[in-house]
Write a new protein. Structure first.
Length: 307
């Protein structure tokens, strides 16, 4: 059995996404099958229902199944916390950019009612309940959008290498350009609005004052990475990506698909039809998802007539 914990405020999306599930709380769902769930912040594996008669029963059962446990509490909060307080304590320091991930396995559990708990000795994340907190730079970057790339590069290992050429479309005020420059990559930063001066003067950053939607791949030539955190309707972003894909001049793509109102499931499906694609909802995403594609050949990646 598996349990799926929704990102906060996105239970409706996870409920829509999961099949054959049962709601345990407003954010937690269980299913007998494993499902790739974009809107799940934390996935619990090998779940087990355990009947308990006392706090001691629960502590003994959890210790028998693992050392490190994280509580997700939605009911009987005091009783649940009394159990958690008797389990081994651990503390994670804020994660540094591109630092190794924590190595200890973390189990997760919740109290369903006074005499029943749901436990999972294995989970999808080395971070408690999938919550990722960085040692933030609150001085240099001009916005907090940089945290999305910090998470993608550090946690998911999707990252440019020194010397690669990255295009950052719709880059103002420059948070993503700043992160890309930190990796040692060369950055072409494109926006009609100017970059923050602190970012514009960094080494390996070239600013182009241009509308991201009018720039064509042929004007730049071959690049290694296409990045976009543009605020626009998802279908318009898909049309832009389609043009760059079919140019054959770029293989790696990272784009934020930002939803205006309701979640655009259809456009998400269109992006996923592109071979080698993944869609993630990062911990630092809002009502948006991150689409990633790493192409492995030089052929057009999809047949637009089928979309």
């Amino acid at each position: 059995m598996f349990a799926y914990l929704a990102f906060e405020n996105f239970s409706k999306e996870l409920d829509h996404e999961l099949k054959n599930k049962r709601a345990i709380s407003d954010r937690l769902f269980v299913s007998e099958t494993f499902q790739n769930a974009v809107w799940a912040q934390h996935v619990w594996r090998d779940c087990e229902w355990i009947d308990i008669h006392s706090i001691g029963d629960a502590v003994k059962a959890l210790k028998a199944r693992g050392k490190w446990w994280v509580l997700y509490s939605f009911s009987h909060h005091r009783r649940a916390q009394l159990i958690q307080d008797q389990l081994p304590h651990f503390k994670q320091t804020p994660l540094k950019f591109l630092a190794p991930l924590p190595s200890q396995p973390l189990g997760a559990w919740t109290m369903v009612d006074k005499n029943k708990i749901l436990v999972a000795p294995q989970t999808s994340s080395p971070f408690p309940l999938g919550e990722i907190h960085f040692a933030e730079d609150k001085v240099t970057p001009p916005s907090r959008a940089y945290l999305k790339l910090w998470e993608l590069f550090t946690v998911h290992g999707i990252c440019p290498t020194p010397g690669e050429l990255c295009l950052d479309l719709g880059s103002c005020p420059g948070g993503w350009t700043w992160v890309l420059q930190q990796t040692g990559a060369q950055v072409i930063s494109v926006d009609k609005a100017p970059l923050d001066p602190r970012i514009a003067h960094l080494p390996r950053v070239q600013y182009l004052k241009k509308d991201a939607f009018t720039l064509r791949a042929e004007q730049l030539g071959k690049i290694d990475w296409f990045f976009s955190d543009i605020i626009c309707y998802p279908p318009r972003l898909f049309e832009l990506v389609e043009l760059w894909f079919h140019s054959g001049l770029c293989k790696n793509f990272v784009c934020t698909i930002k939803f205006q109102g309701e979640t655009d499931w259809k456009t998400m499906e269109n992006f996923l039809k592109i071979p080698n694609s993944r869609i993630l909802h990062l911990y630092h995403n809002k009502h948006e998802v991150t689409w990633v594609c790493r192409r492995t050949d030089d052929k057009p990646p999809f047949d637009k007539e089928k979309i």
